[in-house]
Every structure is written in structure tokens, then in C-alpha cells.
Design a protein around this ligand. Sequence first.
Ligand code: NAP
Length: 294
Amino acid sequence: MSTTEQQIPPMPYLRIGLIGDPVAHSYSPRFQQAALDALAIPARYELWPTPADQVIERVRALCDRYCLGANVTIPHKQAVVPLVDKIDPLAARIGAINTIVHHDDYLHGYNTDAPGLIHALHEHGIGERQSDGFISLKGHTAILLGAGGAARGAAFALTVAGVDRLIILNRHLERAQMLAAEVQQNYDGPVFSLSDPHFLIPHSGAIIINATSVGMHEDVSPLPADVLSRFDASTFVYDMIYNPPQTRLLCQALTMGMRAANGLTMLLHQGALSFSLWTHRPAPLDVMRAALML
Ligand code: NAP
């Protein structure tokens, strides 16, 4: 080894990580690392399993000079809200952060799940992209199954995107009603809440989004087949679940001649938006897509 080589200290690598509990099952390292490598950004995307009593310490550690930020997943998306220095207005309204950016010694919180869903719908041919980049869902009725964390982000994103009306269907009616009331504060269109799917009135051009966990562990659908069959072939069915890749709901929709897709595109687009926030570079979507085998 030459003298010059001995004098150069090893270059520390930049770090981004996934904060959650558990995180081992996540697809994020696979496609985020592929994107970092493709752009020759000397950073590693790591898994940071974090029990609830270590969240404060973990978020504080993001202020390290070599840390670009983090993703946050279940169950800490709400818990990190008070731990960041600045929060994006949409994330503040949703009350959940899935992306933290370390910039100039400050931690900034964002929610990319919500716009990620809208970008995914657009990729599947739903909505019109306007000249300023805004994706409009005008002309569509959104039927949102669920009122948990993922549904919250979806409800705000869908109303911001200008759906004609939003129908929230959830097992526990009070949760649907509470979410409907929150969304209604900044939305002029009608918002309905239901717990019995049989009261659903079909609308042409409807977007049905499953944001429940029903279908993930068992081969069951969150919507009875006789209810789904009332909708016409212009209906688009999106299941946020991506593992298994084809849920019972998606099978039903495809069998009925409807267009349908699973949640991998939402995962891709939320990840691409997070990538750009950390790196200030456009995300290499094709690389990320290939890593997800989409
Ligand atoms: P969560 O906060 O625990 O909410 C679960 C939702 O599912 C609630 O609305 C709950 O209804 C409903 N539910 C659960 N079991 C049910 C059952 N047996 N019958 C009827 N409803 C039931 O979970 P989450 O974080 O919102 O996640 C929901 C799903 O979205 C998960 O499958 C997750 O993997 C997926 N997701 C995907 C992405 C992506 O990028 N593709 C991102 C985020 C989440 P109650 O309120 O009545 O209990």
C-alpha cells in the first residue's frame, strides 16, 4: 500500500433505514438499494427494527451527519409525528409520517403513502395529469374499504385529488364516521360512511380501494361478490395488499371483467417519492420496478 493510500481515511457511507417493528419482511431495501446503486449514490438502505420504547432514540440518531433519513412503517407512523422538527401539511392532516428527511440538522416529516396511491392509480390509467403535474380524479367515485392507518392516507389523498364523492366502508362504523368527519373539513364533495356493504349503491367509473388487511392472511374478500357484481366493467379495483399478489378481491374483480391491480405499484411510487426527498434526484423508476419484479 502506498503512503498516499494510507493517509486517506475510509469514506463513510451515507445511510437510510426503515424504522418499524417488524421490518424483516419489507421489500423496501430491495428496490431502494437498487435505486441508490443505479445512481452511484454511496448510501446503504438498512433495516432498523425498533421496539416502541426505542423510537425516540432511533429518530434522534437520524441527525447523524451521514444519515439522509428514514422510512417509518407499522406501528410507528403516528408516534414519530411529534419527534420531527417540521412536518409537511398533508402528513400533518393525515397524522402519520412514513418518510423522514435529515436536512441541515433538521428532521422533516412527510407522508408519501398518500400521493403514492394516486400515482399508482394514474399508472393504471385512472385520473388525468394536469399541466402542473397534479393528478385529478374528478369524475370518479371512490369507495374506500377500511378506516385504519392506510385508509386515512388514502381518504385524504383521494379528496385532495378531487374525487366526486368518497364512500368509506368499515367494519366498525364509528371509525369510518370519524375519518369521514375529518376529511370533510377540507373537502366540498359528499363523504358517506357505511359498515354494511349491502347498502353500497353502484356508481359508474368507481374506484374501489381495499385498505383493510382482509385477504392478506386468509383467502377471503372484504367485499361480498354479490355486492361487487352490481358494479359495471368501468370499475377499477385496487387492493393495497401485494402479498399475496392476487387476493380473492382481485380474482373476483377480474372474473367480473373489471380492471384490477395489487398494492405493489403504491409501494413503488411511495418509495420513489421518498427516494427523491432524500436524494434530491428523480427516482430511477424502471430500476426500482425491476427490483420489485413489477
Ligand atoms: P390497520 O391500521 O390495522 O387497519 C386495518 C383495517 O382493516 C381497519 O379498517 C380494520 O377495520 C380492517 N379489518 C381488519 N380485520 C378485519 C376483518 N376481519 N374484517 C373487516 N375489516 C377488518 O392497518 P393498515 O396499516 O391501515 O394496513 C391495511 C392494509 O394496507 C394492510 O394489508 C397493509 O399491508 C396495506 N398497506 C399497503 C401499502 C402499500 O404500499 N401497498 C401501504 C400501507 C398499507 P376496523 O377499523 O373495523 O377494525
